[in-house]
Write a protein that binds this ligand. Structure first.
Ligand code: PLP
Length: 317
């Protein structure tokens, strides 16, 4: 890509606004990222300052006081926390198991696969439901899921994760095929100042260039690690949907801290989707919503045998 244009304002052309005017409305790197992501998802993309800003934009664009949102149980806990911020404004949130959304839901919010439980939505049931569907496809990426083709109305990404892929950019995105929804999301983004920064948008353009090779390799490694973990005597449950680099597994509750701090190659930190593997106990953030022994592992691009040696040693610690 070309050099990053960090201008916050561009001169008018003969006294008239040109293609870019003021950075909050849009900027070259953002537009380039939106075109690249839109092509992958088969819709019109918009980028935001974070995945959470994209969640906020969806609430403000698609909901009003009294809207009943059916949210995927076990979805990223932060999404529930963001939606809860809108309770004083009359947003009504109920959880469902990603199969049958309550018939009276006005908006259905799924996550494919959910983080950290790795469950998948039932698309047939969703298509039969009259409400619009938001699908957080952060962990699938468009390499494994084109949610608009499955029947989602809006796809959402924390592009902070796989789409940028290097743990060095905070950015979110939505993609939709409906021009009115896109226009409303754009209005909310601009009026609430939820725009992505140019550097993060440039990181997204760069990340998309290597997305497919990264996530296919991460899938190969994650599949093998899930298989070996499932056969390990120190591991109780392995959750892996069969694709992608994200998995979770349970160890004895009292051993979780020991295991997560014993790895040497796998970083003990939050977040996911980077080229370097990371792992953490999710109980520290989510409390009893997750088992105390649950460890979430985001598989990077390191050699599978080295990752397995690291995990095996940590499990024996
Ligand atoms: N959606 C999912 C599935 C996530 O995992 C996250 C962050 O972990 C978010 C949304 C929020 O994204 P961000 O951290 O970019 O605000």
């Amino acid at each position: 890509m070309s050099a990053i244009d960090r201008s916050t304002a561009w001169p008018y052309e003969h006294g008239e606004p040109g293609r870019f005017v003021y950075q909050r409305q849009g900027h070259p790197a953002g537009t380039e990222a939106e075109e690249a992501l839109g092509a992958l998802e088969g819709g019109e993309a918009l980028v935001y300052g974070s995945g959470t800003s994209a969640v906020t934009a969806c609430v403000l664009a698609l909901c009003r006081p009294g809207t009943r949102v059916a949210l995927a149980q076990g979805a990223y806990y932060g999404t529930g926390a963001t939606l809860a911020q809108f309770a004083p404004w009359g947003l009504d949130v109920v959880e469902f198991d990603q199969t049958g959304a309550p018939p009276d839901a006005d908006l259905v919010w799924v996550e494919a696969p959910s983080n950290p439980f790795l469950t998948l939505p039932d698309w047939e049931a969703l298509r039969a439901h009259p409400a619009p569907v938001v699908c957080d496809a952060t962990a699938s990426t468009p390499v494994y899921l084109r949610a608009l083709d499955e029947g989602a109305d809006v796809v959402l990404h924390s592009a902070t994760k796989y789409l940028t892929g290097h743990h060095d950019a905070l950015i979110g995105a939505t993609v939709t095929r409906d021009p009115e929804r896109r226009a409303r999301l754009y209005e909310v983004r601009t009026k609430l100042g939820l725009t992505a920064a140019p550097d993060a948008a440039a990181a997204l353009v760069r990340g998309i260039e290597t997305l497919e090779v990264r996530v296919r390799r991460q899938t190969e490694t994650a599949r093998e690690l899930a298989r070996r973990l499932a056969a390990h005597p120190g591991v109780e449950t392995v959750r892996y949907p069969g694709f992608g680099g994200l998995l979770s597994f349970d160890v004895e509750p009292d051993r979780a801290r020991r295991v997560e701090t014993a790895t040497r190659m796998i970083a003990n930190m939050t977040s996911l989707g980077g080229v370097r593997s990371s792992m953490e106990s999710r109980h520290r953030w989510e409390g009893d919503r997750v088992p105390r022994g649950l460890l979430r592992l985001s598989v990077g691009l390191e050699p599978v045998e080295e990752l397995w040696a690291d995990l095996e040693a940590a499990l024996a610690a």
